[in-house]
Write a protein that binds this ligand. Sequence first.
Ligand code: PHE
Length: 491
Amino acid sequence: MELNERILLVLDKNERVDTLKLALEFNEDHQKVVGAVKSLEALEMVTSEAVKSTRWELTEEGQLVADKGSHEAVLYRSVPDTGIPQAELMKTVPNAKVGFSKAMSSGWILIDKSGGAPLVKKKVDSITDTVQDHLNEIKKGIDNLADNIRNDYKKRKLLQEVTIKSFLLSKGPQFATTIKKLETDLTSEMLLTGSWKNLDFKPYNFDALGQPPECGHLHPLLKVRSEFREIFLEMGFTEMPTNMYVESSFWNFDALFQPQQHPARDAHDTFFISNPAVTTKFPMDYLERVKQVHSKGGYGSQGYRYDWKLEEAQKNLLRTHTTAVSARMLYQLAQQKQFTPQKYFSIDKVFRNETLDATHLAEFHQVEGVVAARGLSLADLIGTLDAFFKRLGFHRLQFKPAYNPYTEPSMEIFAYHTGLGKWIEIGNSGVFRPEMLLPMGLPEDVRVIAWGLSLERPTMIKYGLNNIRDLVGPRVDLQMVQTNPICRLDK
Ligand code: PHE
């Protein structure tokens, strides 16, 4: 018979039953009985109440005594009828010290000093080893010991008290002595024949832990990226195509009114591409206007007044900022017949020839926002930054005048980080210069405000990392990628 049915039979004859008693009665492991009870409970056939009880159990030493006899009995049995020198007895018998004193006080042995060296002899012909008998009873679950005796065994470290949890069972609302097999599936056959009406179905176990689904996991940078993307989309921004890691110097620098002698355009700062080393296809009329504004000025600007070279603009490189993408997008926007205001964003990889350290790698991600509309001002930029960073959880911003070749004015963005308790630099921003926008063909009253920040910095702050190598590269802990929660910025 199944264990759970045997439990039901016992419960049929008794109002309440303890699982420990059942385990003893069935000679089964208590945990197994508890398992069977849990399944009966799910069927509402029994109800249970957790109870704690204490029980005396044999210690390891007590176990030995139960098997081999008490120390005093073992010692008594080692004494030959003719006696044995005390020193020899003490050497050969295990636990001789305790055994000797107990056997002496029980009057089982005596010491004969008549022949010089003390000789141990039996004093009685036979003994009853009550200690062994008692312990064997306890082992069987029978405990009729008087308190003082039990305490004595406890002192001798033969017994120990243990607390055990068990369950007190009573009949449940669905109690019966046999278990009906419950249906676990509703089949089309049951529906067709109508047999489902007379069947009992197993209830769902909504507490069961599901199998964790096998799936990929987003790297922390991607988790933060999705959150940023979400914020931009909520604010009505359109994502720019950022799939070109390789750019020409023209779009990365020249279009942004960054002069050709600018130190950022040096191989010390920028990775140039050797194959293919140059780009030759450009919108030539626009390129001509860019050349003009650099070398001679125009649109009310005096320009940089230097000899602008096509070869320099043709050089291919790994883009150093996503503003190269913004330049392409704004140029495209300028080609529309009718200007329409736009909000663009991008989040993607950029490359710089940096000295690597704990917070810098040669490649990282930039987050960039661009807004183009007529008559925008610095106030619009500040307002937009406020709205954007508020959604990232930064409620206090400060701005510091800065310099970019392509924006005027330019502002570094600082935010008060409540977690870190200090002001941190989180981005760079500005209003694009007319020298950049007018050669593209944008109407004169169109202003473009923009800002950029790295994706790595907020990610490291968010996930409490202080070395970039724990985030990117061969040292990344894959477990961390799996277990890190999805990114929710406290807005
Ligand atoms: N391109 C700038 C950088 O690389 C960020 C920026 C973007 C600044 C847009 C102003 C406007 O740091």
